[in-house]
Design a binder for this molecule. Sequence first.
Ligand code: NAI
Length: 506
Amino acid sequence: MEHNFLTVAVIGTGAMGRGIAQMAAQAGCQVRLFDQQAGAADAARQYIQGQWERLRDKGKLDSAQVEGLSGKLQGVDALEGLAGCDIAIEAIVERLDAKRQLFATLETLLAPDAVLASNTSSLSITALGAGVQRPERLAGLHFFNPVPLMKVVEVIPGLRTNPQVCQRLAALVRAMGHTPVQAHDTPGFIVNHAGRAYNTEALRIVSEGIADFATIDRILRDQVGFRLGPFELMDLTGLDVSHPVMESIYHQYYEEPRYRPSAIAAQRVAGGIVGRKTGTGFYRYTNNQAEVSPEPATPRVAEIPPVWVSPRAARRAELLQLLKDLGARIETGASPSPQALTLVAPLGFDVTTVAVVDRHDPARTVGIDLLVEDAATRRRVLATNPATRLDMRDAAHALFARDGKPVSVIRDSGGFVTQRVVASIVNLASDICQQGICTPADLETAVTLGLGYPLGPLAMGDRWGGASILEVLFNMQTVYGDPRYRPSPWLRRRAAIGLSLKHEEA
Ligand code: NAI
Protein backbone atom coordinates (compact mmCIF):
# COMPACT_ATOMS: atom_id res chain seq x y z
CA MET A 1 0.00 0.00 0.00
CA GLU A 2 1.16 3.55 -0.78
CA HIS A 3 1.20 5.95 2.12
CA ASN A 4 -0.02 8.92 0.07
CA PHE A 5 1.13 11.42 2.67
CA LEU A 6 2.35 14.35 0.59
CA THR A 7 2.44 16.85 3.43
CA VAL A 8 3.44 15.92 6.95
CA ALA A 9 2.99 18.12 10.03
CA VAL A 10 5.38 17.55 12.93
CA ILE A 11 4.33 19.12 16.22
CA GLY A 12 6.90 19.40 18.99
CA THR A 13 10.38 19.82 17.54
CA GLY A 14 12.56 18.54 20.38
CA ALA A 15 14.84 15.52 20.24
CA MET A 16 12.21 13.31 18.63
CA GLY A 17 10.25 15.74 16.46
CA ARG A 18 13.35 16.93 14.61
CA GLY A 19 14.40 13.35 13.85
CA ILE A 20 10.92 12.49 12.60
CA ALA A 21 10.83 15.63 10.43
CA GLN A 22 14.23 14.78 8.95
CA MET A 23 13.14 11.26 8.05
CA ALA A 24 9.80 12.43 6.61
CA ALA A 25 11.62 14.87 4.31
CA GLN A 26 14.05 12.12 3.30
CA ALA A 27 11.01 9.98 2.46
CA GLY A 28 10.04 12.69 -0.05
CA CYS A 29 7.28 14.42 1.96
CA GLN A 30 6.79 18.15 2.40
CA VAL A 31 7.19 18.80 6.14
CA ARG A 32 5.78 21.59 8.27
CA LEU A 33 7.17 22.05 11.76
CA PHE A 34 5.40 23.61 14.72
CA ASP A 35 6.48 24.03 18.33
CA GLN A 36 4.72 26.07 21.01
CA GLN A 37 8.01 27.55 22.09
CA ALA A 38 8.87 30.56 19.92
CA GLY A 39 11.93 29.96 17.75
CA ALA A 40 12.02 26.20 18.45
CA ALA A 41 10.72 25.15 15.02
CA ASP A 42 13.34 27.31 13.31
CA ALA A 43 16.09 25.94 15.53
CA ALA A 44 14.96 22.43 14.60
CA ARG A 45 15.03 23.31 10.89
CA GLN A 46 18.59 24.57 11.23
CA TYR A 47 19.58 21.50 13.19
CA ILE A 48 18.19 19.18 10.50
CA GLN A 49 19.92 21.24 7.82
CA GLY A 50 23.17 20.72 9.74
CA GLN A 51 22.56 16.95 9.78
CA TRP A 52 22.15 16.93 6.00
CA GLU A 53 25.29 18.98 5.55
CA ARG A 54 27.18 16.44 7.64
CA LEU A 55 25.83 13.66 5.42
CA ARG A 56 27.00 15.66 2.40
CA ASP A 57 30.49 16.06 3.94
CA LYS A 58 30.60 12.30 4.44
CA GLY A 59 29.67 11.82 0.78
CA LYS A 60 26.27 10.32 1.55
CA LEU A 61 24.31 13.17 -0.07
CA ASP A 62 25.30 15.61 -2.81
CA SER A 63 24.71 19.36 -2.69
CA ALA A 64 21.69 19.17 -4.98
CA GLN A 65 20.09 16.60 -2.72
CA VAL A 66 20.71 18.75 0.37
CA GLU A 67 19.15 21.69 -1.39
CA GLY A 68 16.17 19.57 -2.43
CA LEU A 69 15.69 18.33 1.11
CA SER A 70 15.98 21.83 2.63
CA GLY A 71 13.17 22.95 0.33
CA LYS A 72 10.92 20.34 1.93
CA LEU A 73 11.10 21.84 5.43
CA GLN A 74 9.00 24.76 6.53
CA GLY A 75 8.54 26.16 10.03
CA VAL A 76 5.12 27.59 10.95
CA ASP A 77 4.42 29.83 13.92
CA ALA A 78 0.81 28.89 14.57
CA LEU A 79 -1.09 25.61 14.47
CA GLU A 80 -3.29 27.12 11.74
CA GLY A 81 -0.24 26.96 9.49
CA LEU A 82 -0.66 23.17 9.46
CA ALA A 83 -4.03 23.28 7.66
CA GLY A 84 -4.05 21.05 4.58
CA CYS A 85 -1.46 18.55 5.88
CA ASP A 86 -2.27 14.89 5.16
CA ILE A 87 -0.92 13.67 8.49
CA ALA A 88 0.07 15.22 11.80
CA ILE A 89 2.69 13.47 13.93
CA GLU A 90 2.97 14.84 17.45
CA ALA A 91 6.11 14.59 19.59
CA ILE A 92 5.15 17.09 22.31
CA VAL A 93 5.36 16.70 26.07
CA GLU A 94 4.34 13.24 27.36
CA ARG A 95 1.03 14.28 28.94
CA LEU A 96 -2.39 12.87 28.07
CA ASP A 97 -4.20 16.22 28.56
CA ALA A 98 -1.73 18.15 26.39
CA LYS A 99 -1.82 15.58 23.59
CA ARG A 100 -5.61 15.32 23.69
CA GLN A 101 -5.99 19.07 23.50
CA LEU A 102 -3.57 19.24 20.58
CA PHE A 103 -5.40 16.50 18.64
CA ALA A 104 -8.78 18.16 19.29
CA THR A 105 -7.46 21.38 17.77
CA LEU A 106 -5.80 19.59 14.85
CA GLU A 107 -9.09 17.87 14.09
CA THR A 108 -10.68 21.24 13.40
CA LEU A 109 -7.79 22.29 11.12
CA LEU A 110 -7.10 19.18 9.05
CA ALA A 111 -9.27 17.45 6.43
CA PRO A 112 -11.59 14.71 7.79
CA ASP A 113 -9.44 11.96 6.28
CA ALA A 114 -6.09 13.31 7.56
CA VAL A 115 -4.25 10.94 9.89
CA LEU A 116 -3.36 11.80 13.48
CA ALA A 117 -0.29 10.04 14.89
CA SER A 118 1.29 10.13 18.32
CA ASN A 119 4.91 9.37 19.19
CA THR A 120 3.96 8.60 22.80
CA SER A 121 5.96 5.89 24.52
CA SER A 122 3.73 5.37 27.54
CA LEU A 123 0.21 6.68 26.95
CA SER A 124 -2.67 4.58 25.66
CA ILE A 125 -3.54 5.20 22.02
CA THR A 126 -7.14 4.23 22.77
CA ALA A 127 -7.22 6.88 25.52
CA LEU A 128 -5.85 9.49 23.10
CA GLY A 129 -8.49 8.43 20.56
CA ALA A 130 -11.26 8.94 23.11
CA GLY A 131 -10.51 12.67 23.01
CA VAL A 132 -11.21 13.14 19.28
CA GLN A 133 -14.31 13.05 17.08
CA ARG A 134 -12.91 10.47 14.68
CA PRO A 135 -10.71 8.01 16.61
CA GLU A 136 -10.55 5.70 13.57
CA ARG A 137 -7.89 7.95 12.05
CA LEU A 138 -5.65 8.17 15.13
CA ALA A 139 -2.79 5.74 15.77
CA GLY A 140 0.51 5.46 17.59
CA LEU A 141 3.71 5.89 15.60
CA HIS A 142 6.51 5.25 18.05
CA PHE A 143 10.02 6.18 16.96
CA PHE A 144 13.21 5.60 18.97
CA ASN A 145 15.96 8.01 19.85
CA PRO A 146 18.01 8.97 17.82
CA VAL A 147 15.37 8.67 15.10
CA PRO A 148 17.64 8.50 12.02
CA LEU A 149 19.77 5.70 13.52
CA MET A 150 17.12 3.62 15.27
CA LYS A 151 15.67 1.65 12.41
CA VAL A 152 12.49 0.32 13.98
CA VAL A 153 9.16 2.11 14.42
CA GLU A 154 6.16 0.72 16.28
CA VAL A 155 2.77 1.26 14.66
CA ILE A 156 -0.01 1.02 17.23
CA PRO A 157 -3.73 0.93 16.48
CA GLY A 158 -6.05 1.98 19.28
CA LEU A 159 -9.20 -0.08 19.76
CA ARG A 160 -11.10 2.17 17.34
CA THR A 161 -8.35 2.72 14.75
CA ASN A 162 -9.07 1.81 11.13
CA PRO A 163 -6.53 -0.90 10.09
CA GLN A 164 -5.91 0.95 6.81
CA VAL A 165 -4.46 3.87 8.74
CA CYS A 166 -1.83 1.50 10.19
CA GLN A 167 -1.04 0.10 6.76
CA ARG A 168 -0.43 3.61 5.46
CA LEU A 169 1.74 4.45 8.47
CA ALA A 170 3.77 1.27 7.92
CA ALA A 171 4.27 2.33 4.29
CA LEU A 172 5.46 5.76 5.45
CA VAL A 173 7.94 4.11 7.82
CA ARG A 174 9.29 1.97 4.99
CA ALA A 175 9.63 5.06 2.78
CA MET A 176 11.80 6.53 5.55
CA GLY A 177 14.06 3.48 5.22
CA HIS A 178 12.97 2.12 8.60
CA THR A 179 11.21 -1.11 9.57
CA PRO A 180 7.64 -0.97 10.91
CA VAL A 181 6.36 -3.44 13.50
CA GLN A 182 2.78 -3.51 14.71
CA ALA A 183 1.85 -3.67 18.38
CA HIS A 184 -1.42 -3.82 20.25
CA ASP A 185 -2.16 -0.83 22.42
CA THR A 186 -0.63 -2.18 25.65
CA PRO A 187 1.77 -0.66 28.20
CA GLY A 188 5.26 -0.27 26.73
CA PHE A 189 4.06 -1.61 23.34
CA ILE A 190 6.79 -4.08 22.24
CA VAL A 191 10.26 -2.67 22.81
CA ASN A 192 9.76 -0.99 26.18
CA HIS A 193 7.85 -4.03 27.38
CA ALA A 194 10.30 -6.68 26.13
CA GLY A 195 13.19 -4.59 27.46
CA ARG A 196 11.98 -4.83 31.08
CA ALA A 197 13.61 -8.16 31.89
CA TYR A 198 17.26 -7.27 31.24
CA ASN A 199 17.71 -4.40 33.68
CA THR A 200 15.13 -5.53 36.19
CA GLU A 201 16.64 -8.98 36.65
CA ALA A 202 20.19 -7.58 36.78
CA LEU A 203 19.16 -5.14 39.52
CA ARG A 204 17.55 -7.97 41.40
CA ILE A 205 20.77 -10.01 41.25
CA VAL A 206 22.69 -7.06 42.70
CA SER A 207 20.10 -6.52 45.40
CA GLU A 208 20.62 -10.13 46.51
CA GLY A 209 24.35 -9.49 46.90
CA ILE A 210 25.28 -12.14 44.35
CA ALA A 211 27.67 -10.10 42.24
CA ASP A 212 28.60 -6.46 41.72
CA PHE A 213 27.59 -4.26 38.78
CA ALA A 214 30.81 -4.66 36.81
CA THR A 215 30.85 -8.45 37.21
CA ILE A 216 27.27 -8.76 35.98
CA ASP A 217 28.07 -6.55 32.99
CA ARG A 218 31.13 -8.65 32.14
CA ILE A 219 29.19 -11.89 32.41
CA LEU A 220 26.34 -10.78 30.16
CA ARG A 221 28.66 -9.29 27.55
CA ASP A 222 30.99 -12.27 27.47
CA GLN A 223 28.56 -15.14 27.91
CA VAL A 224 25.59 -13.93 25.86
CA GLY A 225 27.10 -11.30 23.58
CA PHE A 226 25.18 -8.22 24.73
CA ARG A 227 26.99 -5.13 23.46
CA LEU A 228 26.44 -3.32 26.77
CA GLY A 229 25.91 -4.86 30.16
CA PRO A 230 22.69 -3.82 31.91
CA PHE A 231 24.46 -1.32 34.19
CA GLU A 232 26.40 0.22 31.34
CA LEU A 233 23.11 0.47 29.47
CA MET A 234 21.28 2.10 32.38
CA ASP A 235 24.15 4.58 32.76
CA LEU A 236 23.90 5.43 29.07
CA THR A 237 20.11 5.88 29.07
CA GLY A 238 20.07 7.54 32.48
CA LEU A 239 18.09 6.09 35.38
CA ASP A 240 16.04 9.30 35.42
CA VAL A 241 14.63 8.08 32.08
CA SER A 242 14.60 4.30 32.52
CA HIS A 243 13.35 4.04 36.11
CA PRO A 244 10.10 5.96 35.46
CA VAL A 245 9.49 3.67 32.46
CA MET A 246 9.90 0.66 34.76
CA GLU A 247 7.50 2.20 37.27
CA SER A 248 4.96 3.14 34.63
CA ILE A 249 4.81 -0.33 33.07
CA TYR A 250 4.65 -1.97 36.51
CA HIS A 251 1.68 0.15 37.57
CA GLN A 252 -0.08 -0.06 34.22
CA TYR A 253 0.00 -3.85 34.55
CA TYR A 254 -1.53 -3.54 38.02
CA GLU A 255 1.62 -4.42 39.96
CA GLU A 256 2.47 -7.56 38.00
CA PRO A 257 5.55 -8.85 39.89
CA ARG A 258 7.47 -9.53 36.69
CA TYR A 259 7.84 -5.79 36.11
CA ARG A 260 8.58 -4.82 39.73
CA PRO A 261 11.11 -1.95 39.71
CA SER A 262 14.14 -1.90 41.97
CA ALA A 263 14.65 0.07 45.17
CA ILE A 264 18.31 0.43 44.12
CA ALA A 265 17.24 2.41 41.06
CA ALA A 266 14.75 4.54 43.02
CA GLN A 267 17.40 5.53 45.55
CA ARG A 268 19.87 6.47 42.84
CA VAL A 269 17.30 8.61 41.02
CA ALA A 270 16.51 10.38 44.30
CA GLY A 271 20.22 10.98 44.81
CA GLY A 272 20.84 12.26 41.28
CA ILE A 273 23.25 9.40 40.56
CA VAL A 274 21.63 8.63 37.25
CA GLY A 275 24.40 7.84 34.79
CA ARG A 276 26.85 9.29 32.31
CA LYS A 277 25.11 12.64 32.07
CA THR A 278 25.76 13.37 35.77
CA GLY A 279 29.28 11.92 35.72
CA THR A 280 28.31 9.13 38.13
CA GLY A 281 25.99 6.22 37.76
CA PHE A 282 26.81 2.62 38.44
CA TYR A 283 30.24 3.62 37.14
CA ARG A 284 32.17 6.88 37.54
CA TYR A 285 32.94 8.77 34.34
CA THR A 286 35.96 10.89 33.56
CA ASN A 287 35.95 12.48 30.10
CA ASN A 288 32.91 10.33 29.36
CA GLN A 289 34.98 7.18 29.97
CA ALA A 290 33.81 4.72 32.61
CA GLU A 291 36.26 3.88 35.37
CA VAL A 292 36.11 0.14 35.73
CA SER A 293 37.93 -1.56 38.57
CA PRO A 294 40.18 -4.40 37.42
CA GLU A 295 38.96 -7.96 37.63
CA PRO A 296 39.99 -9.99 40.66
CA ALA A 297 43.25 -11.78 39.86
CA THR A 298 43.33 -15.53 39.28
CA PRO A 299 44.41 -17.11 42.56
CA ARG A 300 47.73 -18.97 42.63
CA VAL A 301 47.12 -22.54 43.69
CA ALA A 302 50.02 -24.93 44.27
CA GLU A 303 48.05 -28.11 43.67
CA ILE A 304 44.58 -28.50 42.26
CA PRO A 305 42.64 -31.36 43.87
CA PRO A 306 40.99 -34.07 41.81
CA VAL A 307 37.61 -33.16 40.39
CA TRP A 308 34.39 -35.11 40.58
CA VAL A 309 31.51 -34.08 38.31
CA SER A 310 27.91 -34.58 39.32
CA PRO A 311 26.10 -37.06 37.05
CA ARG A 312 23.27 -34.51 36.86
CA ALA A 313 25.44 -31.65 35.56
CA ALA A 314 24.12 -29.78 32.53
CA ARG A 315 26.25 -30.45 29.43
CA ARG A 316 28.13 -33.10 31.43
CA ALA A 317 30.01 -34.65 28.49
CA GLU A 318 31.13 -31.19 27.42
CA LEU A 319 32.21 -30.34 30.95
CA LEU A 320 34.24 -33.55 31.27
CA GLN A 321 35.98 -32.84 27.95
CA LEU A 322 36.72 -29.30 29.06
CA LEU A 323 38.21 -30.55 32.34
CA LYS A 324 40.35 -33.00 30.39
CA ASP A 325 41.54 -30.20 28.10
CA LEU A 326 42.38 -28.13 31.16
CA GLY A 327 44.49 -31.00 32.51
CA ALA A 328 42.30 -31.77 35.52
CA ARG A 329 42.53 -35.08 37.40
CA ILE A 330 39.02 -36.41 36.95
CA GLU A 331 37.52 -38.86 39.43
CA THR A 332 35.25 -41.51 37.97
CA GLY A 333 33.88 -43.11 41.15
CA ALA A 334 30.20 -43.14 42.03
CA SER A 335 30.85 -40.50 44.67
CA PRO A 336 33.64 -37.99 45.24
CA SER A 337 36.73 -39.00 47.25
CA PRO A 338 37.30 -37.02 50.48
CA GLN A 339 39.78 -34.69 48.71
CA ALA A 340 37.74 -34.05 45.57
CA LEU A 341 36.41 -30.75 44.38
CA THR A 342 32.75 -31.48 43.59
CA LEU A 343 31.43 -29.75 40.49
CA VAL A 344 27.75 -29.25 39.86
CA ALA A 345 26.13 -27.49 36.90
CA PRO A 346 22.51 -26.84 37.79
CA LEU A 347 19.84 -25.19 35.68
CA GLY A 348 17.81 -22.84 37.86
CA PHE A 349 18.71 -24.45 41.17
CA ASP A 350 21.32 -22.90 43.42
CA VAL A 351 24.48 -24.77 44.40
CA THR A 352 23.29 -25.08 48.00
CA THR A 353 20.09 -26.88 47.03
CA VAL A 354 21.94 -29.26 44.74
CA ALA A 355 24.54 -30.04 47.43
CA VAL A 356 21.79 -30.79 49.95
CA VAL A 357 19.56 -32.82 47.65
CA ASP A 358 22.44 -34.84 46.15
CA ARG A 359 24.17 -35.20 49.54
CA HIS A 360 27.46 -33.58 48.52
CA ASP A 361 29.79 -32.00 51.04
CA PRO A 362 28.88 -28.30 50.55
CA ALA A 363 32.35 -27.22 51.70
CA ARG A 364 33.83 -28.80 48.56
CA THR A 365 31.00 -28.04 46.15
CA VAL A 366 31.24 -25.37 43.46
CA GLY A 367 28.82 -24.71 40.59
CA ILE A 368 29.44 -23.73 36.97
CA ASP A 369 26.91 -22.16 34.61
CA LEU A 370 26.58 -24.26 31.48
CA LEU A 371 23.32 -22.99 30.01
CA VAL A 372 25.42 -21.66 27.13
CA GLU A 373 28.00 -24.07 25.77
CA ASP A 374 31.53 -23.26 26.88
CA ALA A 375 32.82 -22.96 23.31
CA ALA A 376 30.31 -20.18 22.60
CA THR A 377 31.29 -18.03 25.58
CA ARG A 378 34.18 -15.76 26.37
CA ARG A 379 33.90 -16.23 30.14
CA ARG A 380 33.19 -18.95 32.67
CA VAL A 381 31.05 -18.32 35.70
CA LEU A 382 31.41 -20.26 38.92
CA ALA A 383 29.25 -20.00 42.03
CA THR A 384 30.05 -20.93 45.58
CA ASN A 385 27.60 -21.77 48.35
CA PRO A 386 27.84 -20.30 51.85
CA ALA A 387 29.90 -23.28 53.08
CA THR A 388 32.37 -23.50 50.18
CA ARG A 389 35.95 -23.52 51.51
CA LEU A 390 38.29 -20.85 50.24
CA ASP A 391 40.83 -23.42 48.95
CA MET A 392 38.11 -25.19 46.95
CA ARG A 393 36.85 -21.91 45.50
CA ASP A 394 40.38 -20.84 44.54
CA ALA A 395 41.19 -24.26 43.08
CA ALA A 396 38.09 -24.17 40.89
CA HIS A 397 38.88 -20.62 39.79
CA ALA A 398 42.50 -21.46 38.94
CA LEU A 399 41.53 -24.65 37.13
CA PHE A 400 38.95 -23.02 34.88
CA ALA A 401 41.30 -20.10 34.13
CA ARG A 402 44.13 -22.38 32.97
CA ASP A 403 43.54 -21.77 29.25
CA GLY A 404 43.33 -18.00 29.74
CA LYS A 405 39.54 -17.66 29.53
CA PRO A 406 38.33 -15.15 32.14
CA VAL A 407 36.49 -16.59 35.14
CA SER A 408 34.00 -14.81 37.41
CA VAL A 409 33.12 -16.26 40.78
CA ILE A 410 29.76 -15.19 42.14
CA ARG A 411 27.80 -16.01 45.26
CA ASP A 412 25.14 -18.67 45.13
CA SER A 413 22.00 -17.84 43.20
CA GLY A 414 19.25 -19.87 41.64
CA GLY A 415 20.16 -19.64 37.97
CA PHE A 416 23.56 -17.89 38.18
CA VAL A 417 23.53 -14.60 36.19
CA THR A 418 23.16 -15.66 32.57
CA GLN A 419 20.44 -18.22 33.25
CA ARG A 420 18.43 -15.75 35.29
CA VAL A 421 18.65 -12.92 32.83
CA VAL A 422 18.24 -14.99 29.66
CA ALA A 423 15.34 -16.98 31.10
CA SER A 424 13.64 -13.75 32.22
CA ILE A 425 14.06 -12.21 28.74
CA VAL A 426 12.78 -15.31 26.95
CA ASN A 427 9.88 -15.69 29.36
CA LEU A 428 8.76 -12.08 29.06
CA ALA A 429 8.99 -12.23 25.26
CA SER A 430 6.99 -15.45 25.29
CA ASP A 431 4.32 -13.76 27.34
CA ILE A 432 4.16 -10.88 24.86
CA CYS A 433 3.40 -13.48 22.18
CA GLN A 434 0.94 -15.28 24.45
CA GLN A 435 -0.94 -12.01 24.95
CA GLY A 436 -0.96 -11.47 21.19
CA ILE A 437 0.66 -8.04 21.53
CA CYS A 438 2.55 -8.67 18.30
CA THR A 439 3.63 -11.51 16.04
CA PRO A 440 6.76 -13.48 16.98
CA ALA A 441 8.47 -12.10 13.86
CA ASP A 442 7.71 -8.48 14.79
CA LEU A 443 8.87 -9.14 18.34
CA GLU A 444 12.24 -10.40 17.14
CA THR A 445 12.65 -7.46 14.75
CA ALA A 446 11.62 -4.90 17.38
CA VAL A 447 14.01 -6.24 20.00
CA THR A 448 17.05 -6.71 17.78
CA LEU A 449 16.64 -3.27 16.15
CA GLY A 450 15.19 -1.39 19.13
CA LEU A 451 17.30 -2.87 21.93
CA GLY A 452 20.33 -4.12 20.00
CA TYR A 453 20.24 -7.59 21.55
CA PRO A 454 22.55 -10.08 19.82
CA LEU A 455 19.56 -12.32 19.07
CA GLY A 456 15.81 -11.89 19.25
CA PRO A 457 14.52 -13.25 22.58
CA LEU A 458 12.68 -16.16 20.96
CA ALA A 459 15.76 -17.05 18.91
CA MET A 460 17.73 -16.85 22.16
CA GLY A 461 15.37 -19.40 23.70
CA ASP A 462 15.67 -21.67 20.65
CA ARG A 463 19.44 -21.30 20.59
CA TRP A 464 19.98 -22.46 24.17
CA GLY A 465 16.98 -24.75 24.28
CA GLY A 466 13.40 -23.95 25.24
CA ALA A 467 13.45 -27.02 27.49
CA SER A 468 16.52 -25.76 29.37
CA ILE A 469 15.00 -22.29 29.78
CA LEU A 470 11.82 -23.89 31.06
CA GLU A 471 13.84 -25.98 33.53
CA VAL A 472 15.65 -22.83 34.74
CA LEU A 473 12.31 -21.09 35.36
CA PHE A 474 10.64 -24.05 37.09
CA ASN A 475 13.60 -24.49 39.40
CA MET A 476 13.98 -20.77 40.09
CA GLN A 477 10.33 -20.66 41.02
CA THR A 478 11.06 -23.39 43.56
CA VAL A 479 14.17 -21.65 44.91
CA TYR A 480 12.62 -18.20 45.14
CA GLY A 481 8.93 -18.99 45.50
CA ASP A 482 8.44 -15.88 43.36
CA PRO A 483 5.65 -15.65 40.75
CA ARG A 484 7.88 -13.55 38.51
CA TYR A 485 9.61 -16.75 37.37
CA ARG A 486 6.32 -18.45 36.47
CA PRO A 487 6.82 -19.76 32.93
CA SER A 488 4.59 -18.23 30.28
CA PRO A 489 2.17 -20.73 28.72
CA TRP A 490 3.63 -19.82 25.32
CA LEU A 491 7.07 -21.01 26.41
CA ARG A 492 5.80 -23.97 28.42
CA ARG A 493 3.63 -25.40 25.65
CA ARG A 494 6.21 -24.96 22.89
CA ALA A 495 9.23 -26.14 24.90
CA ALA A 496 7.35 -29.14 26.28
CA ILE A 497 6.66 -30.52 22.81
CA GLY A 498 9.93 -29.48 21.22
CA LEU A 499 8.60 -26.65 19.05
CA SER A 500 10.47 -23.47 18.19
CA LEU A 501 9.43 -20.56 20.40
CA LYS A 502 8.67 -18.70 17.18
CA HIS A 503 6.06 -21.29 16.25
CA GLU A 504 2.60 -19.83 15.67
CA GLU A 505 -0.42 -22.06 16.02
CA ALA A 506 -2.17 -22.82 12.72
P1 NAI B 1 11.55 17.25 24.06
O1 NAI B 1 11.33 17.85 25.38
O2 NAI B 1 12.94 17.16 23.51
O3 NAI B 1 10.66 18.03 22.98
C1 NAI B 1 9.31 18.32 23.16
C2 NAI B 1 9.00 19.59 22.39
O4 NAI B 1 7.60 19.75 22.35
C3 NAI B 1 9.59 20.84 23.01
O5 NAI B 1 10.29 21.57 22.01
C4 NAI B 1 8.38 21.59 23.50
O6 NAI B 1 8.53 23.01 23.41
C5 NAI B 1 7.29 21.11 22.57
N1 NAI B 1 5.94 21.16 23.12
C6 NAI B 1 5.54 20.80 24.36
N2 NAI B 1 4.20 20.95 24.48
C7 NAI B 1 3.75 21.39 23.27
C8 NAI B 1 2.45 21.71 22.77
N3 NAI B 1 1.37 21.58 23.51
N4 NAI B 1 2.37 22.12 21.48
C9 NAI B 1 3.48 22.24 20.72
N5 NAI B 1 4.72 21.98 21.16
C10 NAI B 1 4.85 21.54 22.41
O7 NAI B 1 10.88 15.80 24.12
P2 NAI B 1 11.20 14.50 23.24
O8 NAI B 1 12.24 13.70 23.94
O9 NAI B 1 11.43 14.89 21.85
O10 NAI B 1 9.84 13.68 23.39
C11 NAI B 1 8.67 14.07 22.72
C12 NAI B 1 7.68 12.93 22.71
O11 NAI B 1 8.28 11.77 22.17
C13 NAI B 1 7.14 12.51 24.07
O12 NAI B 1 5.81 12.10 23.90
C14 NAI B 1 8.02 11.33 24.41
O13 NAI B 1 7.42 10.46 25.31
C15 NAI B 1 8.17 10.68 23.07
N6 NAI B 1 9.34 9.84 22.91
C16 NAI B 1 10.56 10.23 23.37
C17 NAI B 1 11.66 9.41 23.21
C18 NAI B 1 13.00 9.84 23.70
O14 NAI B 1 13.90 8.97 23.81
N7 NAI B 1 13.25 11.09 24.00
C19 NAI B 1 11.55 8.10 22.54
C20 NAI B 1 10.24 7.82 22.01
C21 NAI B 1 9.19 8.65 22.23
